[in-house]
Design a protein around this ligand. Structure first.
Ligand SMILES: [Zn+2]
Ligand SMILES: [Zn+2]
Length: 387
C-alpha cells in the first residue's frame, strides 16, 4: 500500500500551500498570517470545529469519523520559521528580510493540512482526529502554551503523534526511535563580575576574561568526569562576551550556552554541577558569578507501543525496507516532548533527501516528501481510529 491515491491528486495543491507559507515566514508566536490561513483552510475543508488562538496563535481542527467511536488522536505540526536570511534561488523564496523557513515547518504545516482535507472529505474512521498547528517550536515552547490553554483536556486527546523532516534521509523513507529520542535542553547564562582596570596592572583587579575562560574549561569536566560515560550529555558554551579594547581588563563578562541530555537523572546532575563549578571557579579567583539556569524542553520520549505502531504505518506507506526503527537518539530538542510527557505517542522523521541541513540558509523543504508525509498522517489516523 504505497501513497494514498487521493493524496497524490492533492500533491500540487499542498505544494502551493507550502510555497506560500515559505514565501511568508513568521517567527515564534507571531505566526498571524500562517495561523489565519490554516484556520481558513480547515473551515473550508468542513472540519467539525476550528479553534484559533490556543497558545496565543495555535490552531486546532476537529474531524469526526463517520463510524461510531470514542477514541481521540492528536496529530501535530509546527508553523514557525527562523531568524535567518534565506540563501536559496527558488521562485517562492522568503519575501521577509532576515526570516526564512529553514526548518521545514512550512512543509509540516502543509502536509498536515493536506491530511485534514482528506480526512474531512472521507471520514473513514471511528472516533475523532484532532489536527494541531502550534506556534513557537523554535525555542518558544508553543506546544506547552497550547497545553496550558487546555489543548489535551478540551479535545479529550488520548494519543499524540508528531513528524519532522530530516535532511540526509532519502525521500520516501522514514526513521524513528523508541524511548528517549531527543535531548532535554536547558540554557545557561553566566554573568561574571570582577574588578576591571589597566591591562598592565592586573594585580589591581580581578580579571573576568581569565575567570570566564576557566569557567569554560571547568564546565567541560562535568560531562567527562561527573556523568556516567555510557550516558549522553553535552555542555556547549556558545557565547563569550567581554571587553572592548586591548588594554582594559573588563569589569564584566557574559557567557551563554546549553546543557543537554537524554535522561532526567543526568539532567539534574548537570544542573547541580554547573552551579557548583561556576560559583566555585569564580570564588577561586575572587570574582562573583551569577548563574541563570533556564529549564527548556524536556527529553522527548517515544512510547514503545505507539512507536511500533507509527513505524508500522510508515512501512505501509513507504515499503518494508524504507523505515528505520532504530534511528540513533539525537542531542537536538523538540517541544513536542511536552506533549509526549502528558500523552503516549511517537515522533517520526521523514526523509528530506539530499538537502542542506536544518537551520542552514540554503535549506529547503523538499516537496517530493509531501505525498509520503500526508499519506502517513491519513493512514495513521485511520488505523489508530479503526474502531
Ligand atoms: Zn528547527
Ligand atoms: Zn523544526
Amino acid at each position: 500500500m504505497p501513497i494514498v491515491n487521493r493524496i497524490a491528486d492533492l500533491h500540487a495543491e499542498i505544494t502551493a500551500w507550502r510555497r506560500d507559507f515559505h514565501a511568508h515566514p513568521e517567527l515564534l508566536y507571531d505566526v498571524h498570517r500562517t495561523s489565519a490561513a490554516v484556520a481558513d483552510k480547515l473551515k473550508s475543508f468542513g472540519c467539525d470545529d476550528v479553534v484559533s488562538g490556543m497558545g496565543r496563535t495555535g490552531v486546532v481542527g476537529v474531524i469526526r469519523g463517520r463510524k461510531p467511536g470514542a477514541k481521540v488522536v492528536g496529530l501535530r505540526a509546527d508553523m514557525d520559521a527562523l531568524p535567518i536570511e534565506e540563501q536559496t534561488a527558488v521562485a517562492y523564496k522568503s519575501t521577509v528580510p532576515g526570516k526564512m523557513h529553514a526548518c521545514g515547518h512550512d512543509g509540516h504545516t502543509a502536509m498536515l493540512l493536506g491530511a485534514a482535507k482528506y480526512l474531512a472529505e472521507t471520514r473513514n474512521f471511528a472516533g475523532t482526529a484532532i489536527v494541531i498547528f502550534q506556534p513557537a517550536e523554535e525555542g518558544g515552547a508553543g506546544a506547552r502554551a497550547m497545553m496550558q490553554d487546555g489543548l489535551l483536556e478540551r479535545f479529550g486527546i488520548e494519543e499524540v503523534f508528531g513528524m519532522h523532516n530530516y535532511p540526509g534521509i532519502p525521500i520516501g523513507e522514514f526513521a524513528i526511535r523508541r524511548g528517549p529520542a531527543m535531548a532535554s535542553t536547558d540554557s545557561i547564562t553566566i554573568d561574571v563580575e570582577g574588578v576591571g582596570g589597566h591591562a598592565a596592572f592586573p594585580h589591581w583587579g580581578v580579571d573576568t576574561i581569565l575567570v570566564g575562560s576557566q569557567i569554560v574549561n571547568q564546565l567541560q569536566s562535568i560531562v567527562s568526569r561527573n556523568v556516567d560515560p555510557v550516558q549522553a550529555a553535552v555542555i556547549s558554551i556558545c557565547m563569550f562576551q567581554g571587553g572592548h579594547t586591548d588594554n582594559v581588563i573588563p569589569q564584566h563578562v557574559r557567557l551563554r550556552g546549553t546543557a543537554r541530555t537524554l535522561s532526567p537523572k543526568v539532567r539534574e546532575l548537570l544542573r547541580k554541577r554547573v552551579r557548583e563549578v561556576v560559583e566555585g571557579t569564580a570564588r577561586l579567583y575572587g570574582a562573583k558569578a551569577e548563574l541563570t539556569y533556564a529549564t527548556g524542553y524536556p527529553v522527548l520520549v517515544n512510547e514503545e507501543h505507539r512507536t511500533a505502531f507509527a513505524a508500522g504505518v510508515a512501512r505501509e506507506i513507504a515499503g518494508k525496507d524504507r523505515v528505520n526503527d532504530d534511528w540513533p537518539a539525537l542531542m537536538g530538542a523538540e517541544d513536542f516532548a511536552f506533549m509526549l510527557e502528558e500523552r503516549p505517542g511517537a515522533f517520526i522523521y521523514i526523509g528530506n533527501g539530499d538537502s542542506a541541513g536544518l537551520h542552514h540558509p540554503a535549506y529547503n523543504f523538499n516537496d517530493e516528501a509531501i505525498p509520503y508525509g500526508t499519506s502517513y498522517w491519513v493512514r495513521l489516523a485511520e488505523t489508530a481510529l479503526a474502531g
